[in-house]
Unconditional design. Structure first.
Lengths: 107, 163
C-alpha cells in the first residue's frame, strides 16, 4: 500500500493535480490533506483536480478530503474536478451528495 | 455451512487496512461480486475507523510517514472484529471498549460528526447503512460500542443482471 509522495502533487497553470493513492482511508487522509493545503497556501492555485486513476478503495475519509479542500477554494471561485473515477467511487460520490460540488470528467 | 473468525487488534489507524482486507479474504471463496466486496470493505473500514478515532480517541499517526512524535502517543485499546458466515449471509461485529456514544441516533445522522477538526465527513454510519443489508449499533457511554452488520453475499450478480 503506497503512501502518497511529493511527486503525486503537481501544479499545472493554476490547477493543483493530486494523484490519489491506491487506498484512501483515515490512515492516509490526514497526510494528503496536509500536503494539499501546503500547496493551496503557497502557490497560486485556483482549481483542484483529484486523479482516482490508481485508486481501488475509498471510504468516507475520501469524502472528508474533498469536502475540506472544496471549502478552502470555493470561496475564491475555484472548482473541484475528479478524473478517472470508477463505478464504486462514483457510487460513493452519489451517496454522499459530493457529485453536486465535484465535476466528474469522463476520460 | 457455518464458518467463523475473530481477530483482535490494537486500535491504531495502521490496522484499518488490515481489518478490511482480512474480512475480504474471509469471504473470497464465496465469489462475491466486485461491488459486494467493495461494499463490505468500505463498511468494515468505517466501523473500525470509528472505534479507533472516536471510541479510543486515538488520533496518532494520522497517515504521516515515519515514526510518530512523542506527543502523539497511542491510547491503548483493542478492537474486536468477529465474522460469521452462514448460508451466504455474512455477519460482522466490530466491538470496542472505548468511551461509547451518548446519543446513537444523533451519531447516525448523515454529516453529523463530533470531530470536525479531523475533516471527517460524518458519513460513516450512513455508508455502513447504505452498503450493508442491516446495521445495528449498541453503545453504553464509558463502556464501549458494538456495531453489528449483515450482508447477503451472492445476490449482487443477479441484481446487476436484471438492471
Amino acid at each position: 500500500m503506497g503512501q502518497i509522495a511529493t511527486e503525486d502533487f503537481q501544479i499545472i497553470d493554476n490547477c493543483l493535480l493530486i494523484q490519489l493513492p491506491e487506498e484512501i482511508d483515515h490512515h492516509g487522509a490526514g497526510f494528503i490533506c496536509e500536503c494539499a493545503d501546503r500547496y493551496l497556501v503557497r502557490k497560486e492555485v485556483r482549481d483542484i483536480v483529484f486523479d482516482f486513476g490508481r485508486t481501488r478503495f475509498m471510504d468516507s475519509s475520501g469524502i472528508g478530503i474533498i469536502m475540506g479542500r472544496y471549502r478552502k477554494i470555493s470561496c475564491f471561485g475555484g472548482k473541484v474536478i475528479a478524473i478517472n473515477v470508477d463505478r464504486q467511487i462514483e457510487r460513493i460520490f452519489r451517496l454522499s451528495g459530493l457529485n453536486k460540488i465535484v465535476e466528474v470528467l469522463e476520460s | 455451512m457455518r464458518n467463523e473468525m475473530e481477530i483482535i487488534f490494537d486500535a491504531l489507524s495502521d490496522n484499518e487496512g488490515f481489518a478490511r482486507v482480512a474480512v475480504a479474504a474471509f469471504i473470497t471463496h464465496l465469489n462475491p461480486t466486485m461491488e459486494e466486496m467493495a461494499d463490505i470493505k468500505t463498511a468494515v473500514s468505517e466501523a473500525v475507523t470509528n472505534s479507533i478515532i472516536h471510541g479510543y480517541e486515538n488520533l496518532r499517526g494520522y497517515g504521516r510517514p515515519g515514526e510518530p512524535e512523542e506527543s502523539e502517543k497511542a491510547n491503548p485499546g483493542k478492537v474486536r472484529l468477529c465474522c460469521v458466515l452462514e448460508n451466504n449471509i455474512l455477519h460482522i461485529e466490530v466491538i470496542d471498549s472505548g468511551k461509547g456514544i451518548e446519543d446513537v441516533e444523533r451519531a447516525m445522522e448523515p454529516l453529523y460528526t463530533t470531530k470536525p477538526q479531523l475533516e471527517r465527513s460524518g458519513m460513516g454510519f450512513a455508508f455502513m447503512e447504505a452498503f450493508m443489508d442491516d446495521l445495528e449499533v449498541e453503545s453504553t457511554p464509558g463502556q464501549g460500542t458494538k456495531v453489528r452488520m449483515i450482508k447477503k453475499i451472492g445476490v449482487g450478480g443477479w441484481i446487476e443482471h436484471q438492471c
